[in-house]
Structures are given as C-alpha cells and as structure tokens.
Design a protein around this ligand. Structure first.
Ligand code: IPT
Length: 982
C-alpha cells in the first residue's frame, strides 16, 4: 500500500479551492503555542497522539506558525534546549539537487516528522459548518480533529481547507507534518528546505448562506474610460460599490466610468459582497491585460516591468513572515522605484497580494512548482512529463488561481520555475485559459514556449537581450519552424537577470536602457530581492549570517542563497541605490540651460512631483530653487529652463535637479526623491603635469633619497616620508579580493581561480633602478607572481610640485599572460593601481567624486557626483561573505585625515583627472582569506588603493561574462596622480 506522503495524489478530504478575502465571518486564529514532538520517521510518535486524552505533557512547545528547524525548543519534561541550526537536521540549503534520493514519488525512511497537538476552546455560540484552514504547511500534513481524521495535503505554499466538525468547548487538533513527501519532488526551488506549519492556521465559521467563493470580473476599456464589473459567487449575494453607485446582484453586470488600476496609480474601489449571513470585502481594481501585436499591455499601454524576484524570507523565521515585514518589503520596493514583483517561486502569503493591490505593484504570480533536480537524471521521470503527476500539478495551479483570482495586482500567472518540459504544461495552461481568460500565462523553461504567452529567458547578455528586442534572436535547438515563428511573435519577459550575489550586480543601467528601447521587452525581474541568510552564532557566541556552506551536508547549494539587493536583515546593499536609479519612472536629463523630463510611467502624469534644482561648487550649495514643470503625461516629455545664476566657480560646478514626491504616500512621506539628474557646468583646470627633462646629472642616491617633500628608500625606491607623514609605498597592485561574481558559475567565468592560479594574489616586487635626477626620481622594477614567468614591468617617475609630489606610472605587461599551463585563455587584471600603507590614525575620508556608496565602472550611475565625508570604517560594505568592496570611481580629489597625522591629499592631474580609491584597515589578501566579516581584523595600518582602474562587477555568478568595456585592458598603460601631506 502506498503511504499517503509518497502518493502522487495531492491530498485527500480537502474542500475545493476558493478565493481568499477578508470577510466578517468569525475566525478563530489557532496560531500560538502548540505541543510538538519530532520523530525520525514518517511514523511520527505513532498512532496514539490523535486521541483526545493523549498525554502530551512531556512534549516540547512549538510556535505556530514557524519552521521547527529554526526554532529552539525545550522539552516540557526538562532537558537542554535544542537548536538545529548548522546541523543536517536543521535548515538545509540546496540549489538544484534534491536532498532525498531521486526515486519519485518515494522518499527515504529517514523523514523527520513533527507531531503537533493543540487543545482549544470553542466559544459557546459558534455554529456548525466550520472550516479549518492551513495557509501553508511544508511539506505534507495529515490532520485529525477530536480523534477523527479530516484529510491530508501537500503543496507547501498553498492553502488547504478541511471541513471541521468542531464541538462546543474543548477540541483537540492533531497534525502530523512530514519533512519529505511526494510534494518534495515538486518543490525543488533554490532555497532553504524549511519544514513546519509555517503560515496561519484558522477556524472559520461557515453558517448556511456563507459565501464560499466569489469571482470579481473587473475590466477596463481605455478607449471609453469605462469599467465593467460582474461578481460571480457560489451563493446569491448583493454587490455594493458605494463610490460608483453600484448595487446589484451577483451575476449582473455594471458599466460605469472609472479610474483604472495600475501599479503607479493603484485605484481601488472598496465595496462589499453581502449574503444573508456573510459580508465579504471587495477591493476592486479595473484593468485590462492584453497582449497585442506582440506587446504586453495593460489598459492599452505597454508595460515595461521594473521588477524584482521576491522570496519570502526573514533571517530568524524563514518563510514565516508577519504583515509588518511584508509592508517593509513593499515600502522598500516602492522607494527603490520597483513596480513589479515575481513571487519566485511560489504563491506568497495572501496578505502580500492584498498589499500589492493597495500599494501598487504589478505581480507575476508563480505557482509552487519546480522539478529542477530531475536534471541529474537527464529529466527522466520529470513529473510534468509523467501523467501520474497530472492531478498533483493541476491541484497546485488551481489552488493558486482560485485563491488569488480577484487581485488586480496579479497580471500574469506563471505555471512553474525550472521544470523543463512535459505534456502536463499544456493541460495546466488550458485549465488557466478556461478558468481565467483575463490574464496571460508564462512558462519560461520549455524552449518551444508552446504553453507560454511570453518568450522568456534568464540571464542573457546585453547583446542577446538587444537581439531579442529586435526579434532577431537565434533559434533555439530542437524546436519546429512553426514553434519558432510563434515564439518570435511573442512579447519577451526577462524573468531573471542581474544576479545580485555579493557585490553587484553591474550593468543595471545597461539592461534598463535596452529594455526601454524595445516594445517587445516587457521588462525584467532582478534576481533577487533579499539575501536568504539565517541569523546564527558560532560556538564562541559570535553572531553571523549563515549560508549553505556553513552546513556540513551534501548536496550543498553553497553561498548562492546570499544573492539579494538587501542583506538578510533588510538593510539595503549598495545595489539598491543603483537599482533605484535604473528604475527611475521619470528621467531627468539636465543640460547647461535646462532640464528634459521624460515620464516613463505607465499611467500617472508628473503632477505629484516637485522639481527642485541645486547648484553646488565642489559640493557646497551655492544656489537652489523650485522649477515649475507643467504636468507631463505618462509617456510624454517636457522641457524647462533652469534659472542658474552666474557664479564664478572655485571647484567643480554641478547642477542637480531632483524630482520629489509632493505629498505623503502610503509608501513614503512627501519629499521622497523619485528621480534626479546632474550636469557638470564647469570644472576647474586639472593640475598640469610638471615639466621634466632627461638631461642633467643622475645619481643612484645614498641611503635615503630625497626629492621635494619626499624621502625614498634607496633600495626599494618606495616613498617612506611625504612632508611630516611616515608612510610606505606605493607598490603596484593588480589584485582584488574576488567578489562572488568573480567566482563565476562553476567553471564558467571563474576569474577568481584564474587569478590565484596565475598568482595575482601573491605578487612579489623587485626594484631594478632608483635614479635621482635634478628634477625627478625614476624608480623602475617588476612585480610578478611566484611560480610564473609573467609579470608587470613598471616605472614610477616622481616629480616635485610645490609641496606635493606628482607620480607618473608606466606599466608594461610581460608575458606569456595567455595560454599558461592552466585553462586560461585570457587573464584579466582585476585592477591596475597603487597601494600605500598609511598610519592607522587616518580615520576619515573626504572626496569629490561619486558617492557616498561604493561605485564601480559598471555600477556608479545611482551615486551622485559631489563631495562626501565618511569615516574610513564606514567605507566598508559588510558583505556577509567578505569580498572586494568600497571602491569609488571618478574621484577628482581625496583627503584623508586623522588625529596627529597630517592630512593626505590626492589629486588627479592633467590627462588623468580622476582615479579610483579604496581605504581599509585590512588588505585585499585579508579580505580574500576571511570567510566571515568577524574574521577581518584591524591590521594596524590603513591601506589606501589609488587605482588607475578597477574592473567592473558584472553578474557572472549566474549570468554572462563581464562585458569587455568594463575590464582592465592588458596593455601598456600610463597614468599620474598627485600626493601631498600637510
Ligand atoms: C535560477 C533560478 O530560477 C533561481 O531560483 C536561482 O537559483 C537563480 O537561478 C540563481 O541564483 S536557475 C539558474 C540555472 C539560471
């Protein structure tokens, strides 16, 4: 006999799926403290625990909702508290591989099973017809009430309801939850495996005449401005929308002028659906979704999603989220100009969608279905291709659509993620088309796209995306000409791009520009919103963020669960500022005499925005004012002059124009900056390079060599004193601590291992020449790795310039840099620059350039040009996996200061007006070695990098190689920089 948890059936005894909506029906929340006992196999504690009189006094206490693997539980009978974090019994992270043998639909006998018990009192006046609702149980639950079995279900992120014959007074609920079940095969998403009753449990009163299910059909005709409303329900009821003067019966249709719903103007009409015994709340949004001429439109206008992929995550409670956390996500998204969410890779808690309706976010809702791990069997027995699983798959899609069909925010249904192909997708697609013809369907992974209304890919390169935009993409293998032709006619949806793992992603602006250029591309969804790290402590009590590699378990998804725009605790990473810029709904292009305003929004004009201008001279405000920008309609453009006063510049003169919200919104108080633009009106002349001549006397110098304010070590040629500052350096630096993106994806684009295989992280220096002439000092040498023959020949030419020194560096790479014994065709240099060792007293940095956050050559547009002042310690971005961070591109000048040390000033010079800098208390090698932030220790020095160039960040951890233009070309290079102390 097949055990229920190993059956391909999705469940038994459950009520039909239905819409989730607030109503005045009485609800008894069963959230709270339950009794719990964990057992090693699916037998749990045995058959006895369902009995009314079962003695659970020795059991543990368990919070519901929660994932038991994240809870610390103390046996009621005494004994030590248990935390499973970091063990194979605890949260496990796999990316694509199953944590059970690939033996569908069976699971291992080792199957941690939690038996839950709750005794609750029912109010005396409670009527019959009660429904027991579980909003989410991972992964399979069987339920008993007062000793009677009610049913069982799989489908972790989907609700199920059971008829619950409650009795007055005391009731006993018993639930057995299996960690592994046949459902596991359908839930192979790249995330933590987190079992438990992790969403709400509630009892709902259902007297005769209650409204079981209702379906709101709210359409919008953009030509006439007319909304059409019909509400169907399983019970006769009255529909009332007072604001629209609508009062009608279910099944009747009303046509009224309305304002449409959109993500930027989320106009909801509140109302009720009233039967004799129940009133359901309606939040109606009128909108019309349609694909026409290969373009995805809502209300007659193309939509270009500014999207993110969102997993439900909290670093302490996993996928158990409270409403406040959901609001926090939505507010942060709206403030970062995000207007669309893909609910990767499962339906979220239903409250999240109510909030999306209200705050305004387009939702691409994805079903709880992923069978990625079948890839390890060559997709043999893949459930979508096996009719035995058809009911289970259909059950999931049905439960999603039925639950969420009434949300205006949901504009596309996604059948699954990463589940390859199978006939069942056609069945699912057909079912959705019949049940809900108002929304298109997406399925990304089948190369024929026959069951998808969109062409879609993940992580294409910029070139490929551009080709797709032009409908000129290559034909994928194994598709018929008819399929190819149909696919070419479809809109393109970039379901995942810009893998935000660690430092990065780069190129957000590049992707956005391409998306806006082509109507075919209906936008994209960055992977992903938030790092999925879990708060943990080491054996010695140090707090850290746990990722997959912290658990000794195979298969292991590594650190790929730390790939969000927010850190696990929801503080934004620098990428969020970059995203906010790329996703600006209004583009502000500032010129010398005025500003061009492009309204890229879908619906709203710009009348909700205030435009202000500021003139700064080397970062100091000089003048400002408010601009009178007449309202620019959605898709329109406006131009206004800026009354910039004449101002003789001292430094760099920058005109900044900002568009701020004029009034408070639910997601931001008035004054929130939605968009901004800058224009450099004047730049001071860059300091000229001092003249020098090769003529005159030259001498090797004595023990110490002096030149202007500088003293050099005669043997190494390094600067040891600059004015009153004792320092050491510079040395040529061609390395950086690899970012997650530098590690690439498996063997693909793994620059980090090339760097260490070719020794870039262990360069040694040799000085060949230290030669003092009248007006300069020439130092020459070679920097090269151990083991290898390749290296960098360099010359550093020092010249006095008043109280300063000007350094001109010339480098020549000597080979062979390619075709080394390793597989490296092309060794990229992560940086080309100089590293100085400074006294640890340097504590602050002031600079003019991009800031205040870190910037790289492919991710700086979200950071303004200005003067910034930061503590050295605050220049570090605390990535939970230490890696290169804290760079600043386009720096014109930099000043480091500290107690009892002279200010150190660095300027660009003629021909080389800008440089990159980083300042930190540890070296790149320390950063590279550290596994956690707490491994980083103050080295007792401040390490200052002044770089000619550092390569971009890219997103190769899952994505294309770093574009050529963001690399450091391996060619003969010269640059100069000016240093002054005091
Ligand atoms: C893609 C997955 O859909 C997503 O869940 C996540 O794993 C992401 O990659 C990488 O972090 S699938 C991948 C094979 C492109």
């Amino acid at each position: 006999m097949t055990a229920y948890w190993e059956s391909t059936a999705p469940g038994a005894g459950r009520r039909p799926a239905r819409a989730d909506a607030p109503s005045d029906a009485r609800v008894l929340s069963l959230n709270g403290t339950w009794r719990f006992r964990l057992a090693p196999t699916a037998d749990g504690t045995g058959p006895g625990f369902v009995a009314d009189g079962f003695d659970d006094s020795g059991w543990d206490e368990m919070r519901v909702p929660s994932h038991w693997v994240l809870e610390e539980f103390t046996p009621l009978a005494g004994g030590p508290a248990r935390s499973m974090l970091g063990t194979a019994e605890g949260p496990l992270y796999t990316n694509t591989a199953y944590p059970i043998p690939l033996d569908p639909p069976h699971v291992s006998t080792e199957n941690p099973t939690g038996d839950y018990r709750l005794v609750f009192e029912l109010p005396d006046d409670w009527v019959d017809g009660t429904v027991l609702r579980f909003q989410g149980v991972d992964s399979c639950a069987k339920v008993w009430l007062n000793g009677t079995e009610l049913g069982w279900s799989t489908g972790s992120r989907l609700p199920f309801e059971l008829d619950a014959p409650v009795r007055p007074g005391r009731n006993v609920l018993a639930v057995r939850v299996h960690r592994w079940s046949s459902g596991t095969y359908l839930e192979d998403q790249d995330m933590w495996w987190l079992p438990g009753i992790f969403r709400d449990v509630e009892l709902i009163e259902r007297p005769p005449g209650a409204i079981d299910d209702h379906y709101v059909h709210a359409d919008y005709d953009h030509e006439t401005g007319t909304g059409t409303l019909r509400v169907d329900a399983t019970t006769e009821a009255v529909v009332e929308i007072p604001e629209l003067g609508i009062r009608m019966a279910t099944g009747e249709t009303a046509r009224v002028p309305v304002e449409p719903w959109s993500a930027d103007v989320p106009r909801l009409y509140r109302g009720t659906l009233r039967s004799t015994v129940e009133t359901v709340e309606l939040a109606v949004g009128f909108r019309h979704v349609e694909i026409t001429g290969g373009v995805f439109t809502v209300n007659g206008r193309p939509v270009t999603f500014r999207g993110v992929n969102r997993h439900e995550h909290h670093p302490d409670t996993g996928r158990t989220l409270d409403r406040e956390t959901m609001v926090q996500d939505i507010v942060a998204m709206k403030r970062a100009n995000v207007d669309a969410v893909r609910t990767s890779h499962y339906p979220p808690h239903p409250e999240f969608l109510r909030l999306c309706d209200e705050y305004g976010l387009w939702v691409l809702e994805e079903c709880d279905l992923e069978t990625h791990g079948f890839i390890y069997a060559g997709w043999e027995k893949n459930p979508p291709a096996d009719p035995a699983w058809r009911d289970a798959l259909l059950d999931r899609v049905r439960r999603m659509v039925e639950r969420d069909k009434n949300h205006p925010s949901v504009v596309i249904w996604s059948l699954a993620n990463e589940s390859w192909t199978g006939e069942t997708f056609t069945v699912l697609r057909q079912w959705v088309a019949d049940r809900d013809p108002s929304r298109p369907v997406l399925y990304e992974r089948d190369p024929s796209y026959r069951d998808s209304d969109f062409y879609s890919l993940m992580y294409p390169s910029l070139e490929d995306l551009d080709r797709i935009g032009r409908r000129a993409e290559d034909t994928p293998d194994g598709v018929t000409p008819a399929e190819d032709e149909r696919r070419r006619s479809l809109p393109f949806l970039l379901v995942e791009y810009a893998h935000a793992m660690g430092n990065g992603p780069g190129s957000l602006q590049d992707y956005r520009r391409i998306m806006l250029e082509h109507d075919r591309i209906c936008g994209g969804f960055v992977w992903e919103w938030i790092d999925l790290g879990i708060n943990a402590v080491t054996a010695d009590g140090t707090a850290h963020v746990m990722h997959g590699e912290d658990i000794d378990y195979e298969p292991c998804g590594g650190r790929f669960n730390l790939d969000g725009l927010l850190f696990s605790d929801r503080t934004p990473t620098p990428a969020l500022a970059e995203l906010a810029k790329a996703y600006e709904p209004v583009r502000v292009t500032v010129g010398a005499d005025g500003v061009l305003v492009d309204n890229l929004r879908h619906t709203a004009d710009t009348s909700d925005l205030t435009f202000t201008w500021t003139l700064t001279d080397d970062g100091e405000p000089v003048a400002d004012g408010v601009l009178d920008v007449p309202a620019v309609g959605a898709g329109g453009q406006g131009r206004v002059a800026v009354p910039v006063p004449a101002h003789p510049p001292r430094g760099t003169l920058v005109l900044t124009v900002e568009a701020r919200t004029a009034a408070d919104a639910v997601w931001a108080p008035a004054g929130h900056v939605v968009a901004w633009g800058q224009h450099v009106l004047a730049e001071p002349p860059v300091r000229p390079l001092p003249r020098w001549s090769d003529d005159g006397d030259r001498a090797p110098g004595g023990a110490d060599v002096t030149l202007g304010p500088g003293t050099f070590d005669a043997a190494t040629g390094r600067l040891v004193r600059l004015g009153d500052l004792a320092l050491d350096g510079p040395v040529l630096d061609v390395h950086r601590a690899p970012t997650e993106n530098d590690h690439g994806q498996g063997d693909l684009n793994d620059l980090a291992s090339v760097w260490s295989a070719t020794g870039l992280d262990r360069m040694l220096h040799r000085t060949d020449l230290v030669e003092r002439a009248d007006d300069h000092l020439r130092v020459a040498g070679r920097t090269a790795p151990t083991t290898h023959a390749h290296g960098v020949d360099w010359t550093m030419l020092w010249q006095p310039d008043g109280a300063a020194l000007v350094l001109t560096v010339e480098v020549e790479l000597t080979g062979p840099w390619a075709d080394t014994p390793h597989r490296h065709r092309d060794i990229l240099l992560p940086r080309l620059g100089l590293r100085l060792s400074l006294p640890s007293a340097y504590a602050r940095a002031r600079w003019f350039g991009r800031g205040p956050g870190e910037t790289y050559v492919d991710s700086f547009e979200g950071s303004r040009l200005g003067t910034f002042d930061r503590a050295v310690d605050d220049l570090q971005t605390p990535y939970p996996v230490p890696q290169e961070n804290g760079n600043h591109v386009q720096t014109r000048w930099l000043e480091l200061t500290g107690k009892d040390v002279p200010p150190l000033r660095v300027d660009g010079v003629e021909g080389y007006p800008t440089f990159d800098f980083t300042a930190r208390r540890w070296t790149s090698q320390d950063l590279q070695r550290a596994r956690k932030p707490h491994d980083l220790r103050d080295s007792g020095r401040v390490w200052l990098n002044l770089d000619h160039r550092q390569q971009g960040i890219g997103s190769a951890s899952v994505g294309p190689a770093l574009p050529e233009r963001y690399r450091v070309p391996r060619e003969r290079t010269t640059w100069s920089v000016r240093l002054q102390a005091g």
